[in-house]
Write a protein that binds this ligand. Structure first.
Ligand SMILES: [Zn+2]
Length: 335
């Protein structure tokens, strides 16, 4: 299935039907260079008793996988099992993935639509809310009237983690490749990386849920992922990765909750525009944390200014609806 999709992307890219970076002919994964992962399919038709499924919960704490048998699951499974029993959750596949010595099982299903009351809540913020990535905080949200909506902190944990990461990196560099010490240092670094990723993921989930719960219209930046990946500076790459993940989560959660998301085009100068008078600065250094307008003497926090500008951004033409993606529920398990 993955090979077919890769071939489709390749063909579409060559025919000019696919925009963005050109996609090459699919290659085989190289051992040791990619995350080890594989997928097991639940070859059972929907509607049949879950007891006959190849992938199923054999009891509250064990997920049964073909060939593997029961695998212990950490964390509560009650919600998932209830949905399965009610026939509202059909497991299509289980993806097993290894990250830093630990295996994770992800279950894929098609999401049931949320209740209408949840999709059109009346207590949401009526004016559009702009979300800008912060330099100090994870992101800053503000509405079109210039009212700060929320500042999501939480980069502190990631900052602390960065110091630890840097130390582990240096420790690894001091060891001799191929030695026992090198292996130990490498797995320690991988574990710390995993912790950073988990912390960030948790934080980003909280932020994206808060945003779709409280706003009716969200405006986000169109981030250039390829540019972000080229950035090797640790602090920046961590916050960029969080922002990329935040937009991804906002997009799918907004669909569930009936929230409109507008994606500002990449060349919209959200940081350089003055939210007071609309003047655009020709140059704004990344280290400048406060925006000072030369035209109207407005002094405002840089991220807040950008968020207000995003909130006021208007699409030139209506954006096309994208198909609803399938969702994953992640359960943790040790190897
Ligand atoms: Zn101004």
């Amino acid at each position: 299935m993955d090979a077919a999709r890769a071939l489709e992307n390749f063909a579409a890219s060559r025919n000019g039907e696919r925009r963005g970076t050109p996609v090459g002919f699919p290659r085989l994964h190289e051992k040791g260079k990619v995350t080890p992962s594989f997928r097991l399919r639940n070859r059972t038709t929907a509607g049949r008793s879950p007891l006959s499924h190849r992938i199923r919960f054999s009891n509250p704490s064990h997920l049964r996988l073909p060939k593997f048998g029961p695998v212990k699951v950490f964390g509560p499974t009650r919600k998932v099992r209830r949905l399965i029993d009610a026939g509202r959750f059909h497991i299509y596949s289980a993806t097993l993935r290894q990250r830093a010595g630990r295996w994770t099982v992800s279950l894929t299903r098609v999401a049931a639509e949320l209740h209408q009351a949840e999709r059109s809540r009346s207590d949401r913020h009526a004016v559009p809310v702009g979300v800008d990535r912060g330099i100090i905080s994870l992101c800053v949200a503000a509405d079109a009237n210039g009212v700060p909506f929320e500042i999501f902190e939480g980069v502190k944990t990631l900052k602390q983690a960065q110091t630890v990461l840097k130390k582990s990196n240096q420790a690894l560099a001091r060891t001799k490749p191929g030695s026992k010490g090198h292996q130990r240092a490498r797995s320690r670094l991988a574990r710390r990386h995993r912790k950073v990723v988990n912390t960030r993921q948790h934080l980003v989930h909280q932020v994206s849920k808060t945003l779709v719960d409280r706003a009716q219209v969200l405006v986000i930046e169109n981030l250039n992922v390829a540019d972000m990946l080229r950035n090797s500076h640790l602090a920046r790459s961590i916050s960029d990765a969080a922002m990329g993940e935040l937009s991804r989560q906002i997009l799918y959660k907004a669909k569930w909750h009936g929230v409109e998301v507008r994606v500002a085009d990449r060349f919209f100068p959200s940081s350089k525009t003055c939210s007071g008078c609309g003047a655009v600065k020709s140059d704004l250094n990344l280290s400048t944390r406060t925006y000072t307008c030369d035209a109207c003497d407005l002094v405002i926090d840089r991220d807040l200014n950008a968020a207000i500008n995003l909130a006021r951004w208007q699409p030139k033409e209506p954006t096309a609806e994208e198909p609803l993606a399938s969702t994953r529920i992640v359960l943790l398990s040790t190897a």
